[in-house]
Design a protein around this ligand. Structure first.
Ligand SMILES: [Zn+2]
Length: 338
């Protein structure tokens, strides 16, 4: 194994470094920093652990909190940075426990507050654009080309309930490798995704980097059980990639999975108060009532029905909804081939 030079740091084999990733903002005001800060014109900063393994192997990015209020992955990635022994690691790890630091300190649920950018959309970004666009362009230019695999941890949306799931890319060259990796985790529900302009999905579709998005949690919470499960899944993935053995208690190879090769995503086309009629992680039949949208007097504005037989993956369970907001996602039972 050789020295590793990356982002101005040089690590010897078997070395771990805690450092700060600095993304140039070209003088643009921002407050991406390791502590709450006022806007300033410096680089956008995020915490980073770099591990240069003692032996050869893959180079992997594990990121969390690109949606800043999706928390469970943050302590899980920090724990990986602190607990993994770099001497025993085969390969190299870039760990970014909190990408959207300005949103994190602003208690923004998802977006980069400086310019309202969603770091899981509109990739490849723009090196001359707003704060979020520059972060994306930096990832595309400086990080993705180095990678053999990437895992991006999400934590459910604030008004949604969900069953833990993995999205893997429908990107011809990397679907198989990505799905095989998803099967190595303890996440039961695996969903093929058509997206190609998010963080992992752009890398998969346009740079042939296999990867996946693991989503577990919700409601701005950071339950201990979700943190533990995220950490376990990081370890199971690294085990699968031949980089670091999982603990026997993590049950490598024993987890069951359900694969949904197609899913339906429904949005509200009216505004109102939402009364869901189905439960998350439960089957739904074609024609079954998904829920009723009402006004403030309890009158029905609109009823929504399932268009196909499926299984509810996640749905809005908050009360206030506006036209265009997300309603529900259900995996198609017919596509569940293994
Ligand atoms: Zn997210």
């Amino acid at each position: 194994m050789e020295n590793w030079t990356i982002f101005g740091e040089t690590l010897k084999p078997g070395e771990m470094r805690r450092t700060t990733l600095r993304i140039p903002m070209g003088g643009l005001p921002n407050h991406g920093a390791l502590r709450p800060a006022e806007d300033r014109a410096g680089d956008y900063e995020m915490p980073m652990f770099l591990l240069n393994g003692g032996k050869e192997g893959k180079t992997v990015l594990i990121s969390a909190s690109i949606h800043s209020g999706e928390y469970a992955g943050v302590p899980a990635v920090i724990r990986a940075g602190r607990e993994l022994d770099p001497e025993k690691l085969c390969g190299r790890l870039i760990l970014l426990p909190c990408v959207n630091t300005s949103g994190f300190w602003d208690l923004s649920h998802a977006l980069v507050p400086e310019n309202g950018s969603n770091l899981n959309r509109t990739y490849p970004g723009d090196a001359g654009g707003g704060v979020g666009e520059r972060i994306k362009a930096f990832f595309v230019r400086e990080i993705f080309p180095r990678l053999d695999f990437m895992l991006d941890l999400h934590g459910g949306s604030v008004a949604e309930k969900m069953t833990p799931l993995i999205f893997y890319p429908k990107a011809e060259k990397v679907t198989k490798v990505s799905l095989a990796a998803a099967r190595a985790t303890g996440v039961e529900v695996l969903v093929a995704s058509d997206a190609d302009n998010g963080q992992y999905s752009y890398a998969a579709n346009f740079l042939d980097v296999p990867g996946m998005l693991l989503e577990r949690g919700g409601g701005f919470y950071c339950d201990r059980e979700w943190q533990e499960a995220d950490y376990r899944d990081i370890r199971l993935l690294l085990d699968h990639l031949g980089m670091y053995p999982a603990e026997p208690s993590m049950g490598a190879g024993t987890w069951k999975h359900r694969v949904f090769r197609e899913a339906v995503y429904v949005d509200f086309d009216a505004s109102g108060l939402w009364y869901p009629a189905v439960e998350v992680d439960a089957p739904v039949k074609k024609g079954q009532l998904l829920g009723t949208l009402r006004d403030f007097y309890g009158e029905t504005v609109k009823e929504y029905y399932a268009e196909a037989d499926g299984h509810i993956l996640y749905q809005t369970e908050g009360l206030a909804v506006r036209e265009g907001d997300f309603l529900a996602a259900y995996g198609l039972t017919a596509s569940e081939t293994d």
